[in-house]
Design a protein around this ligand. Sequence first.
Ligand code: SAM
Length: 210
Amino acid sequence: MKLIDKYYRYIRPFRFLYGGVKDTVSHAQSSKRAEEWKAKGYQGAKLDVCGGRNPFNRNEFLNVDVVDFPQVDLVFDVTKRFPIPDKVIVEIISLATLEHLRAPHVDHVLHEFYRVMAPGSRVRISTPDIEAIAQGVIDGDDLGILNQHLFGKFKSDDTEDLDLHKSMFPAETMCQMLEDIGFENAKRIPMDIGMHDANYNYLVEAYKPV
Ligand SMILES: C[S@@+](CC[C@H](N)C(=O)[O-])C[C@H]1O[C@@H](n2cnc3c(N)ncnc32)[C@H](O)[C@@H]1O
């Protein structure tokens, strides 16, 4: 028996302390990373736009979110101008986020992606697949899962506005929106990021022209 298992029943009541310390360390690391990148003008940074509590590849990507969770590096509201200069970001990923914004804000965010991205850089976007959800309804799939993808956190009566879904676009429409802004080679790619249900979410990529 491992030592930790032997004494676990004594340690258990103090687990919350471990959580608190972990959050404090995480928060301090995020603030330090954010300061370092800010000093460099974000030149060469990669962004996980709205990574929130569930960031993507924290070693490589700076986690942006409007809520100051311990894991968040840059705190700002993406519906406003990003506090980042033009053409400095070398990659963007945005997972399970755009559906939380109203259509004009989605348009704003995609334009901001284009503005801050360096020529030749890639953006990947994953969001619920409204066509797969509609097919799921016709096929009689699990209503709980379908509701969750359509509406976000629909089960709780104290859900915050931020947690609800407000807009969705078929993958082809999303690609067209990206190309209309100036991105090129916008296309649907396999949902291989290992996060979120591949049956009801799509992944698209596009490039800023060189
Ligand atoms: C469903 S979570 C997605 C988290 C993570 N990307 C993932 O794939 O699980 C949506 C995130 O968007 C953030 N968010 C919603 N509206 C935002 C806004 N206007 N500006 C910045 N972040 C926002 C929320 O705080 C939340 O962390």
